[in-house]
Design a protein around this ligand. Structure first.
Ligand code: SF4
Ligand code: SF4
Ligand code: FES
Length: 518
């Protein structure tokens, strides 16, 4: 199978999965080997010197037809109501390689659907017993919670007797690897058809592992998040926290319009007035070097942080910018296959440290300068749901003027003089650097609230009131911000959003090479 794949020859298969052991159970991958008495399964036949294999001979085509006829004996053929329709390999291969009729006239077996967990349903009638799900739980998750029960034609997938249900943090992956519509994510059942979905190849922002994901949406609503294969990051998998993250973002009460503090109350205002108020506030301290700080929470992209830095440098006479770094909130969880869920739930701490050269001690220094009154104003980007440490908040309260860009009225937004509605990571383009110093591209999946803007857009508007618009004139997208950033950091030299592609680039290799050569 792998040899054929390498040569670009496709052999249809169900039970074979590149990350799992070979089961050889579905028999769809039968090929003809010259000199062999009968067809062999490609997934379990090693190549040998001089071997001649036919993948499209009449014998092979007939074998596939027969296997598909067998697999459909008890299958309900309920594609019109099946959520897998449109991306189902049984549907696709039956169409491509099967026959349009069955000789089976007997009644079909109809075992009932069952819940494997609160989030996963098994449509038992659709299962082709490829055992991918069973092997995933044992070989990748390292927790064999699924098994095959009963004998012969009554074989069924079930939770291992004695277990209460499928409750593993990686369990959702079984839905993705099920080649048919047997395993279903209950959040997705009968919600939309897969061919309606727009797919944004992006990166999970729920921990610093930076798993590659596809954010699938329809009419500006995220319907599901599924993994994208990246051998260097998450292989074929994601955890259930990342998979279901869209549900928590859906429930948020988002900031819809900018706000200005009037007396002690924050009131809605227009963008023009909010920009004017923010710029006026910063202008008061413009003459004092480094009196205005940038305070960036690590849910922000590198482009967000760079945009604020450029604003401070060119308009506010300051180089005082820092990330608010936080210690991991839990232990890393490493599973049997090596897949890791990081204890650090902030997606871009490494980006802020590595690209901007800010580390914990710089954060401390800037916070203490705010505390002592040396820094008098700040622009804060907090476009995520991360906790703001109590001590940081107490220090930020001492600022004479505080502008916060946020997605919800967080404790930081509540103490601000001006609040801008920001965008979270599904809603924008940009880059994160994961814990392993891999620079990866986020791609916008949905639009944020109508009144929200990107950090670079806000910065550009503020800069115009300082008559610094020419410096930001070329910024029409996060990609433009990246290009400017790439000119200033040797690690990013020659890179662009386009060149990063959907798999990202390791920054650490580049830096190590440079360190050796200098
Ligand atoms: S439920 Fe899906 S993955 Fe599991 S054995 Fe059946 S067809 Fe294969
Ligand atoms: S391991 Fe981390 S990055 Fe990967 S899907 Fe889970 S939360 Fe997201
Ligand atoms: S893919 Fe080879 S037997 Fe299933």
């Amino acid at each position: 199978m792998q040899a054929a794949e390498k040569l670009g020859i496709f052999i249809p298969h169900y039970c074979y999965h590149p990350a799992l052991s070979t089961a050889g159970s579905c028999r769809l991958c039968l090929v003809e080997v010259e000199g062999a008495p009968k067809e062999a399964i490609a997934c379990a036949t090693p190549v040998s010197e001089g071997m001649v294999v036919y993948t499209e001979s009449e014998k092979v085509k007939r074998a596939r037809e027969i296997i598909l006829e067998f697999l459909l004996l008890n299958h309900p053929l309920d594609c019109p109501v099946c959520d897998k329709a449109g991306e189902c390999l049984l549907q696709d291969y039956s169409f491509e390689y099967g026959t349009a009729h069955s000789r089976f006239k007997e009644p079909k077996r109809i075992p009932p659907f069952k819940d494997l967990s609160p989030g996963i349903k098994l449509a038992t009638t659709r299962c082709i017993l490829c055992t991918r799900c069973v092997r995933f739980m044992s070989e990748i998750a390292g927790d064999p919670q699924l098994t095959v029960i009963n004998r012969g034609a009554r074989n069924e997938i079930a939770v291992v007797p004695g277990n209460t249900g499928l409750d593993h943090p990686l369990a959702g992956n079984v839905v993705d690897i099920c080649p048919v519509g047997a395993l279903l994510d209950k959040n997705f059942i009968h919600r939309t058809r897969v061919w309606h979905l727009s797919k944004a190849p992006s990166v999970c922002g729920e921990c610093s592992a930076g798993c590659n994901i596809s954010i699938d949406s329809y009419r500006n609503t995220v319907f599901r998040i599924i993994p994208r294969t990246n051998k260097d990051v998450n292989d074929h998998w994601i955890c259930d926290t990342g998979r279901h993250s869209y549900k928590k973002y859906k429930k948020l009460e988002r900031i819809m319009t900018p706000k200005i503090k009037e007396g002690s109350v924050l009131s809605d205002t227009s963008w023009d007035e909010a920009i004017e108020a923010a710029a006026e506030g910063f202008k008061e301290f413009q003459k004092m070097k480094d009196a205005v700080a940038g305070v960036i929470f690590p849910g922000a992209t590198n482009e967000d942080a760079f945009a604020v830095m450029e604003f401070l440098r060119t308009a506010a006479n300051s180089n005082a910018i820092t990330g608010i770094f936080q210690k991991p909130t839990g232990e890393d969880r490493v599973f049997k296959s090596g897949f890791v869920i990081k204890g650090d739930t902030l997606p871009n701490q490494e980006g802020l440290k590595f690209i901007f050269g800010t580390a914990e001690r710089d954060a401390e220094s800037i916070l203490s300068r705010i505390d002592s009154g040396e820094i008098k104003a700040a622009y804060c980007v907090h476009n995520d749901l991360s906790n703001i440490p109590e001590r940081t908040l107490d220090i930020l309260k001492k600022l004479k003027f505080f502008v916060v860009e946020d997605i919800v009225m967080s404790p930081a937004a509540q103490i601000a003089d001006v609040v801008f509605p920001g965008l979270m990571y599904y809603e924008k383009n940009g880059t994160f650097v994961n814990y392993n110093r891999r620079l990866q591209l986020l791609q916008q999946a949905v639009n944020g609230p109508k009144g929200a803007k990107n950090t670079w857009e806000i910065v550009k508007l503020m800069a115009a009131t300082f008559e610094r618009q020419s410096h930001f004139a070329g910024w029409c997208s996060a990609g433009d911000v990246f290009l400017k950033m790439a000119k200033q950091y040797p690690e990013l030299e020659g890179l662009s959003h386009f060149k990063l592609s959907i798999l990202g680039k390791p920054l650490y290799e580049k830096r190590e090479v440079e360190e050796v050569s200098t």
